[in-house]
Design a protein around this ligand. Structure first.
Ligand SMILES: [Zn+2]
Length: 162
């Protein structure tokens, strides 16, 4: 037998053993995830499918894309720009405009924290302006969700500008 042939057979044998080991490792990892292998296709052993996923039908957060279907107890708010209007000597009203961009208060707070860690850091409303499709804003108007407990609603921060 020619030396070249012997070397090629040994290389093929080594490659084949490596492939078998890799497939065994892959199968172990997939089983850990509740999945399996059929020939070379990955199949799920789960009974869930994308058809089981319910779509959000109402308002959705501009950060996470979830609404009250998937986060029923997480309060959302509308980015607004609000300024005081002096109606008469003693009466102050507020003028509010909005592009109706909705965000969870927790997503807003997380983004605000991330913005504050940037170099240079952004203020709360500089970052919010970007999330509000580059529209100026200075407040979040809370929206009542169908199943938000009153305690959660009380915790959301809502401050009118001076
Ligand atoms: Zn969100």
């Amino acid at each position: 037998m020619e030396t070249r042939t012997i070397v090629n057979e040994l290389r093929q044998q080594t490659k084949s053993e490596r492939t078998k080991k890799a497939m065994a490792k892959r199968e172990t990892v997939l089983k850990g995830l509740g999945w399996g292998m059929e020939n070379t296709q990955i199949v799920t052993e789960s009974t869930h499918s994308f058809e089981d996923v319910e779509e959000e039908t109402g308002l959705v957060c501009c950060i996470c894309g979830d609404g009250y279907t998937y986060k029923p107890e997480s309060c959302m708010g509308i980015y607004t720009f609000t300024k005081p209007i002096y109606l008469e000597e003693e009466f102050v009203g507020y003028s509010t405009v909005s592009h109706f961009n909705v965000i969870h208060f927790e997503c807003h707070n997380t983004a605000m924290y991330a913005d504050s860690r940037l170099k240079p850091p952004k203020t709360e409303w500089e970052g919010a302006e970007i999330r509000n499709q580059y529209t100026k804003c200075n407040s979040l108007l809370p929206l009542f969700g169908p199943s938000i407990p009153p305690a959660v609603y009380k915790q959301v921060r809502y401050t009118l500008p001076n």
